[in-house]
Design a protein. Structure first.
Length: 287
């Protein structure tokens, strides 16, 4: 009887080992991303190699098995951490999200509002955001839109120490916003992108001096709020297009700006016109 138990234990050992290995890799991935925020790096070579991934012949296609879970972790690890984007803009991005460590260039109308909306969504509940090159930023509007002031750094990136300041920000925060007030040299831009990829920092820039992973361009379609010679402008309709890595051709959406509690809203769909005849209710003859 003891011999049968030992054989059964040996047969079940690979499954347990795969479960433990999958859990260890997931935990290490989270620790690695956390350490990268502060410029650190964790060596993952100890968990590489085919000898560490025993595969059972009968577990290849079984949903929820250890091998299936491990392959899903491998896929997520290869694509990197994904960051949220505003819902009305989700159709512009591959997998409706942004990859941590990537870069987005924004130009055109309402570029400041688009920068802030993307930054607020990508910050989530624990990341820090640093903003440089936007001295006239309307903080009240940003706070009303959901920007957390306790996780915000406003950096005056001017003078001879600008490269050092921007490099430190790229190493230490989750989202780095570079406004149009920065006169970046192409070499500094490439250096910042390299640091951001290493630290998993999302870079959002207004008209950068070089290429970015994704490029957004916005144009104004129309304004609303003015009456017949009176009133005030309340919102505008924007067309936002995206090109870049992971996008075949060009994508475009229409949004409304500004909207309280989110800054960006989807354009309401027109109601479908009713077709056909409407029958009248029968009326009884009097008398």
């Amino acid at each position: 009887m003891s011999t049968r138990l030992q054989v059964a234990a040996r047969e079940a050992e690979p499954v347990d080992r795969e479960d433990r290995l999958a859990l260890a890799r997931a935990t290490l991935g989270a620790a690695e991303r956390s350490a990268a925020r502060w410029g650190g790096k964790i060596d993952r070579t100890a968990l590489r190699g085919s000898s560490l991934h025993p595969v059972r012949p009968d577990a290849g296609s079984e949903p929820g098995s250890a091998s299936t879970t491990f392959s899903e972790l491998e896929s997520e690890d290869g694509l990197g951490t994904r960051l949220a984007v505003p819902g009305p803009l989700s159709a512009l991005f591959p997998r409706s999200s942004l990859r941590a460590g990537s870069s987005v260039a924004i130009e055109g109308a309402a570029s400041t509002s688009l920068l802030l909306s993307l930054a607020i969504a990508a910050m989530g509940e624990d990341s820090w955001c640093a903003i440089a090159g936007m001295p006239d930023l309307g903080l009240r509007a940003a706070l009303d839109a959901g920007l957390d002031p306790t996780r915000l750094a406003l950096a005056p990136a001017h003078g001879e120490h600008r490269p050092q300041v921007l490099s430190a920000l790229a190493d230490g925060v989750g989202v780095l916003v570079l406004g149009p007030g920065l006169d970046l040299a192409p070499a500094l831009w490439r250096s910042l992108l390299g640091r951001a990829r290493t630290a998993d920092t999302l870079v959002l820039a207004a008209v950068p001096p070089g290429r970015a992973d994704l490029s957004l361009r916005s144009t104004t379609r129309s304004w609303t709020g003015l009456g017949a010679g009176s009133g005030r402008l309340r919102s505008r309709r924007l067309a936002v297009s995206a090109v870049g890595r992971g996008i075949a051709g060009q994508r475009e959406v229409e949004v409304l700006l500004p909207q309280v509690g989110g800054m960006i809203a989807s354009v309401p769909q027109p109601r479908a016109a009713s077709s056909g005849m409407r029958l009248l209710e029968p009326v009884q003859r009097a008398g």
